[in-house]
Design a protein around this ligand. Structure first.
Ligand code: NAD
Length: 252
């Protein structure tokens, strides 16, 4: 079940956290993994891990917010069967405390970065007869998380992007879905705590864990398992959907 044998999978931000778990799992399930990361070094450790386990992995250095860099990376990759638009950055602030430069950067990475990868990947998928795309959204887009104005905005854009691509390419055998995780324990979360709550790391980690209805944060492997299903042929009837993976955050 859920094999990616003979598929080329591109994972943006595959060097850390959720992207790392997706890269490792996809490689274990037979995919040739292509990691797009800000720097080659950022993806190298994961690529080495994949190769040591007998898999195939390549790293492409590109800032997803820069279209020329993204297009060059996809040209080097050639064929693309699976795209996981996972690279993203966090931001804390409400509308009053979000300066224009911060808003722009969150937009550039989280929104334009996803668009740039779709822009490069969709024609390749279309030409080869199909593909599967997963975009990483967030519960922030469902509930408008407190003090996450720019971030929630950026993940809301992912919903509409997912629907639009899913609809436009129904006839091209390209499926497009998104995943909305609640807090998942990754360097993204550790970095946020360290930056904003220095000296209170354990207390805040505990508080954030307990703020999830299920009583803990998610694990990157749990997101990777859902991404694997959505990118596999078994999910052939699934497109245009968002999948919360949230320990009950949205509904309970
Ligand atoms: P992370 O910070 O651990 O990893 C993100 C990776 O993206 C890093 O390796 C980073 O180098 C890369 N990246 C950042 N900007 C980039 C750019 N401009 N170009 C190329 N690569 C870039 O983060 P994570 O927690 O694994 O989050 C991954 C995704 O999941 C993000 O889109 C995030 O918004 C989303 N998400 C995370 C959580 C969470 O609690 N961790 C919850 C909901 C959604």
């Amino acid at each position: 079940m859920f094999s990616l044998t003979n598929k080329k999978a591109v994972i943006t931000g595959g060097g850390s956290g959720i992207g790392r778990a997706i890269s490792l799992l996809f490689a274990r399930q037979g995919a040739e993994v292509h990691i797009i990361e800000l720097t080659a070094e950022a993806g190298q450790q994961v690529a080495d891990e994949i190769r040591q386990a007998g898999g195939t992995a390549h790293v492409h250095a590109a800032d997803v917010s820069q279209q020329a860099q993204v297009v060059a990376a996809f040209q080097a990759i050639g064929q693309v069967d699976v795209l996981v638009n996972n690279a993203g950055i966090a931001h804390v602030g409400n509308v009053e405390t979000t300066p224009e430069a911060d808003f722009e950067r969150v937009y550039q990475v989280n929104v334009k970065g996803a668009y740039n990868c779709l822009f490069a990947a969709v024609p390749l998928m279309k030409a080869q007869g199909g593909g599967a795309i997963v975009n990483m959204a967030s519960i922030a887009a469902h509930v408008g998380l407190t003090d996450r104005f720019a971030y929630s905005m950026s993940k809301g854009a992912i919903f509409a992007m997912t629907l639009s691509v899913a609809r436009d390419y129904l006839g091209s055998n390209i499926r497009c879905n998104s995943i909305s995780p609640a807090r998942v324990h990754t360097p993204f979360v550790d970095g946020f705590i360290a930056k904003n709550y220095a000296g209170r790391e354990d207390e805040i980690f505990d508080k954030l864990s307990k703020s999830q209805p299920i009583g803990r944060m998610g694990q990157p492997d749990e997101v990777a398992a859902l991404a694997l299903y959505l990118c596999s042929d078994e999910a052939g009837f699934v497109t245009g959907c968002d999948y919360p993976l949230d320990g009950g955050f949205i509904k309970l």
